[in-house]
Structures are given as C-alpha cells and as structure tokens.
Design a protein around this ligand. Structure first.
Ligand SMILES: *Cc1c(COP(=O)(O)O)cnc(C)c1O
Length: 345
C-alpha cells in the first residue's frame, strides 16, 4: 500500500515522467510577443476542441473567469450564477474587485440551475436596477459534487439568457470530466456560450495553464487584460507542451478517475456513521457527510491524515475526496481502510 495518498484535490497531480520529458524538449519562444510555437499550437487546438473562433493561453482558471467577466461586463453590472460557484467562493472577491460586478446567486440543484430559475430573476431593464449582463455556469459543478449539467439544460439556460440580451460564460475547469463521463463533445457543451475555458492543472495533470476561448473580438479584449494584469509569460511553451501532452494522454483516462470515485463512494456508503448520495457521484468528486456525534469533518480529516490519507473538510459535517492521476485503486483501498478503521474507533 502507498504510504500517503492525497485525495484533497485534483490539483495535487504532479507531472509524470513522460510529461516532464515533453516539457524538457518543448519548442519555445517569447509568449508575450506571440512567438511561442508550443503555446500557439495549444491555443489553436483548444479553439477547435471548444468550437470557438479564437482562444487565449492563461496561467490559471481563475484568470480565465476574471478576465471573461471584465471583458463581458461593465462595473455595476449583474452576473447570475449558482450560489455554489467558484466565482463566489474561491476567487478572492475578484468579480467585485476586478470587474466591479454584482453576483446574484441562484439556488440550483447541486450546482445546476434551470431556465425557470433563471427566468425568475430576469427583469426588464430599469434605470435604478443594475444592468443584468451575464449568466455563468460551471461544468462540472465543483461544490455541486462534480455534477454534470445535461446538454439540454445548458441549452435552455443559454437560450433564456440570450432571449433577454444577456451573454453567457462557462467555467469549464472540469469540462473534460463531463465530456468523458457523458460522451457529449466539449464543443457541443460550449456551443451556446459566448466564452468557455478549460483547466489543465486539475485532472489533466499539468503544473499549470488554462485556455479561454470565444469570439475573435472577445479574445482580442481578453488579451489586453492578460497583458494589463501581468498574465503574459515568456517561454511558457514549457507548460503548454505539458498541456498538449495532457490532451493526447490524460483525457480518456479521466474515466479511471470516475471509476475510482465511484468505488470510493460505494465503500463509503457501506460505512456506519458516514452518509453519501451515491447517485450524486457523477465524475471525480466525492462529497460525504459525517453523522456521528462527537466527530465532525475537521476531526475526521485530521484522523485520516494521521493514517496517511488526506481529504478536505468542506464544512462542519462534509468531507470532499477527489480522484485524479496520482491516486489509483490501491489508494482508494487505503482510503477506505482508513475510514473503516477510524469509524470503528
Ligand atoms: C479550480 C477551479 C477554478 C480555478 O482554476 P485555477 O486554475 O485553480 O485558478 C475555477 N472554477 C472551478 C470550478 C474550479 O474547480
């Protein structure tokens, strides 16, 4: 059994030996000047994958979200998103600080709202109200449990937004998890959205990198903000080569992560004192609750850590475990053994 297994996040992946070899021999140039061939190849490939005319390489997914909001919106505008969205909880207040927008949270079903919920907050334009401008969705929904938005639900939400004159943005940090789990193409999920991005540093296993895609005009303005905010790099083809490698070698294997997550979830369901919604485990994120008196999620996570298993506390009762490139079925067995031992104490 491995000595330490890390289910804290799919950002914990380290570049594989093969990925490091590709990085070491990457063709590079000055990215800021548009001269890095590896970056240029990657963005062309991602534009095609996402079905958009243009794309932009950025250091992180957070920067993709923040730039997209700032390009689409003016200060004072209203952005509508799920109450669990990454925009609200994990970007340091960026939507307010950088784009100057207001966020209206919707109470979706595990991170996914529907066209009717959106319709209920849409209103006619009135001078005393903020200008409603953008609808944001997360595919998959992280705090929703790695849940997948069904294609028709996305289409209905985008249609409702468009009918009201709003633009749409998709946070696709784990879009490719949804693609692998559902068989729906990334470009189909993204088709009705004005902007979309994918992250390479999550399940795809690179040390960084994200690509934002949209219309040529959108990417033109996004590039200005990338430069203004210091997101342009130099020989970043070293990372772009890893991203390219990940598209070749680490996409289909996301199915292994989903199978490992399902196995972990089934094991958790059989442990007294833990509660899990098995049907809610659709991809690589496993959320479960601790129901025992005198034991909360932080205590359980600390006890697991002492047994060589790291998971993340997501509140007083809730624990999150994430499967990824660096945890295999032996790691799942180790995690389950630690959970069984701890819950038997
Ligand atoms: C991780 C994540 C982000 C941010 O991506 P970084 O590359 O970590 O900046 C945005 N949205 C969701 C849903 C995420 O899980």
């Amino acid at each position: 059994m491995p000595e330490f297994v890390d289910f804290f996040s799919d950002t914990k992946t380290r570049p594989t030996t093969a990925m490091r070899a590709v990085m070491a021999s990457a063709e590079v140039g000055d990215e800021r000047a548009g001269e890095d061939p590896s970056v240029n190849r990657l963005v062309a490939r991602c534009a095609e994958l996402l079905g958009k005319p243009a794309a932009l390489y950025l250091p992180s997914g957070t920067m993709c979200n923040e730039i997209a909001l700032a390009v689409h919106c003016r200060p004072g505008d209203e952005v509508i998103c799920d109450r669990t969205s990454h925009l609200i909880g994990f970007e340091g207040g960026g939507p307010a600080a950088l784009a100057g927008v207001m966020l209206t949270p919707l109470a979706g079903d595990r991170g996914r709202f529907d066209a009717a919920q959106l319709g209920a907050v849409l209103r006619p334009d009135r001078p005393y109200a903020p200008r409603q401008r953008l609808v944001e969705v997360e595919q998959t929904a992280n705090l929703g449990g790695g849940t997948i938005w069904p294609l028709m639900q996305l289409q209905a939400v985008a249609a409702a937004a468009r009918a009201h004159g709003l633009v749409t943005h998709m946070d696709g940090a784990r879009l490719l998890n949804a693609v692998v789990a559902s068989g729906v193409a990334a470009a189909d999920y993204a088709r009705d959205f004005d902007s979309v991005w994918i992250d390479f540093s999550k399940g795809l296993g690179t040390p960084g990198g994200a690509v934002l895609a949209g219309s040529a005009d959108f990417i033109h303005e996004a590039t200005r903000l990338k430069l203004r905010w210091g997101g342009a790099m130099r020989q970043s083809g070293i990372i772009a080569a890893a991203c390219d490698y990940a598209l070749d070698h680490h996409v289909e294997r996301l199915a292994d992560d989903h199978a490992n997550a399902a196995a972990l979830a089934r094991g958790i369901a059989a442990i007294d004192g833990l509660a899990i919604d098995l049907a809610g485990v659709e991809t690589n994120l496993v959320y479960f609750d601790v129901l025992r008196d005198g034991l909360d999620a932080p205590q359980l996570c600390a006890a697991l850590l002492a047994r060589g298993v790291r998971m993340g506390e997501m509140g007083a009762r809730t624990v999150r475990a994430v499967t990824h490139l660096d945890v295999d079925s032996a790691a799942v067995e180790k995690a389950l053994a630690a959970l069984r031992a701890e819950m038997a104490v």
